[in-house]
Design a protein around this ligand. Structure first.
Ligand SMILES: O=C(O)CCC(=O)C(=O)O
Ligand SMILES: [Fe+2]
Length: 297
């Protein structure tokens, strides 16, 4: 098994033109890259500590927050446990729109100031995400404020997912099965325990999987299916999975999806006479709901 040598993008670079070109190349070739100097380097240790605190709660406490409306806690599925995905997860949906009240939070008695701590983390991720979106716009030869102007990211509709893989041995080699993410962009942060793999050419058979080595402090940014559609398949969504190593593993994913009311229409600069739009315009919320309804998350 070889290691994937993904490009490294520096979010703090002042040379936005070169950064945008590097993002474009990375998204065409891999749909994926490392993001460094994103400004959250000193927050990650604390966020993992908070995640550990959450998953260490007794099961009955966690089950009080059982997932509803895509928010809250999902336990390990005992039916799948050793044969399929083996992780427990906790979802925090947008904390700033009318759906914010749907979020479920552990009580102050059980975890003290866990909620404000995770809310702060969410906002910082969102700020980094917004910056990244403006570079994405440049990478597509658009005005840097394009995604804000069309109402995609002016209001956050991002999801933060905390995950814990217990680290037992089982007969299924994938603890997070091969998938592409549904939305626009995902920022993935892992605790350094290996297992993450991507398949660079998802249309090729047999699939070739390569390890994504851990880079301390970096995010792994990946393109989701909605961004692939938006860019008329210029940028490819990344097929990825997590392989079982038998070690306990924590990860966090921040899914930067467009606002549900934003209409996702093949971006003009990604279309030409020889490459006409392949998809009709769709409301982001309709797209996401349909995909969520058809995929176990
Ligand atoms: O845990 C990981 O490293 C990957 C998780 C993932 O791909 C996801 O949550 O969509
Ligand atoms: Fe994923």
């Amino acid at each position: 098994m070889s290691n994937m040598k993904l490009p490294v993008i520096d979010l703090s670079s002042r040379d936005s033109v070169s950064t945008a070109i590097a993002i474009r190349q990375a998204c065409i070739k891999y749909g994926c890259f490392y993001l460094v100097n994103h400004g959250l380097e000193n927050e990650l240790g604390k966020a993992f500590d908070e995640s550990r605190r959450f998953f260490s709660l007794p099961m009955d406490e966690k089950m009080k927050l059982a997932r509803k409306e895509l928010r809250g806690y999902t336990p390990l599925d005992p039916a799948l446990g050793l044969h399929g995905d083996s992780k427990e997860s906790y979802y925090i949906g947008s904390i700033a729109d009318t759906n914010a009240k749907l979020n479920q939070w552990p009580s102050e008695e059980s975890l003290g100031n866990w909620r404000p701590s995770m809310e702060l983390f969410y906002w910082k991720l969102f700020e980094a995400g917004k910056k990244l979106f403006s570079l994405f716009a440049l990478s597509l030869n658009l005005d840097q404020h394009f995604f804000e102007k069309i109402g995609a990211i002016d209001k956050p509709s991002a999801f933060l997912r905390l995950m814990r893989y217990p680290g037992e041995m089982g007969d299924h080699e994938e603890i997070c099965s091969a998938h592409t993410d549904i939305g626009a962009l995902a920022l993935l942060i892992t605790d350094g325990v290996p297992g993450l793999q991507i398949c660079q050419d998802k249309s090729k058979e047999p699939q070739i999987w390569e390890d994504v080595p851990y880079m301390e402090g970096a995010f792994v940014v990946s393109i989701g299916d909605l961004m692939e559609r938006w860019t008329n398949c210029l940028y490819q969504s990344t097929l990825h999975r997590v392989k079982r190593t038998g070690k306990e593993r924590y990860s966090m994913a921040f899914f930067l999806d467009p606002h549900p009311d934003c209409v996702v229409e093949c971006i003009e600069t990604c279309c030409s006479q020889s490459s006409p739009p392949r998809f009709s315009p769709i409301r982001s919320g309709d797209y996401m709901n349909e995909r969520f309804a058809n995929s176990p998350v």
